[in-house]
Design a protein around this ligand. Sequence first.
Ligand SMILES: NC(=O)c1ccc[n+]([C@@H]2O[C@H](COP(=O)([O-])OP(=O)(O)OC[C@H]3O[C@@H](n4cnc5c(N)ncnc54)[C@H](OP(=O)(O)O)[C@@H]3O)[C@@H](O)[C@H]2O)c1
Length: 268
Amino acid sequence: MAGSVRSGGPVVLVGCGRLGSAILEGWLLTETVAPADLIILSPSEKPAAEAARAQGARINPPLEALTEAGVIVLAVKPAIWREVVTPLAPFLNDQAVILSVMAGVTAPTLAEGIGGWPIVRVMPTTGVSRGRGVASIWSADDRAQGLGRALFEPMAETVVLADEALMDAATAVAGSGAAYFYAFTEALARAGQASGLDAATADVLARATLRSAADSMGDDDLEALIGRIASPGGSTRAGLDALAKDGRLTRMLDETVAAAVRRNREMG
Ligand SMILES: NC(=O)c1ccc[n+]([C@@H]2O[C@H](COP(=O)([O-])OP(=O)(O)OC[C@H]3O[C@@H](n4cnc5c(N)ncnc54)[C@H](OP(=O)(O)O)[C@@H]3O)[C@@H](O)[C@H]2O)c1
């Protein structure tokens, strides 16, 4: 995997904040990119960048170093990307690929600011830092898409989207999803308290249940997983029936995801 990335030239990470650091840590952990092939551009010192530097990565070298770059990973805030890429563009070679992890900045918008290079959009979660993220990938260009996959598959479960417009829905499910599960866990703990558990016990039980459920899930069919816990006429089935009464679970999540999609579109 590292070979395919290396063959295109160094990987340039622009921005080493919350997500940029997570990506960097994931690449090093999974040995996706050799440290010597990494160039990191960051206005301030970051622990993840310093750890990469100790292994051979270059931090803020003269911009001439970018002439060899195979891929430029844009991990800055959407509000400032234009001013960030403008000084970099003159140094990029014809074969470079632009990989953006910025939420809501579409490929046509990117092409206005940094046109002429293939673009791949990737929407990862910060779980990539532990090699256990989720990433949605879209590109109109096969080589750019392949590079996006090579860089993220080692540290994330990835899906390739057929249409860029689906990025908003993928972000609403995967990018926001962990927060929905945490909110559900919090509500489950509160419900445990309402049924007599003390707060600390309810919190431990709800969190441990989420962890245990995630561990046991694998790729099994979800109905089959439910069926293994909920026997007909049993207490879990009674709980599930209450959860789904009059379609409220489906309706609630439809509304949740639709609201996040709408907000993603507004911000784009
Ligand atoms: N965080 C997530 O979970 C997540 C998930 C999916 C997508 N994203 C996307 O990832 C991008 C970054 O988000 P974030 O949460 O990581 O934000 P962040 O923590 O604010 O990181 C942005 C980084 O950009 C750096 N920066 C500013 N000007 C720069 C320049 N001229 N050259 C190089 N770096 C520069 C900042 O450096 P200083 O710290 O020195 O100011 C900062 O560390 C956003 O576009 C966001 O939409 C984030």
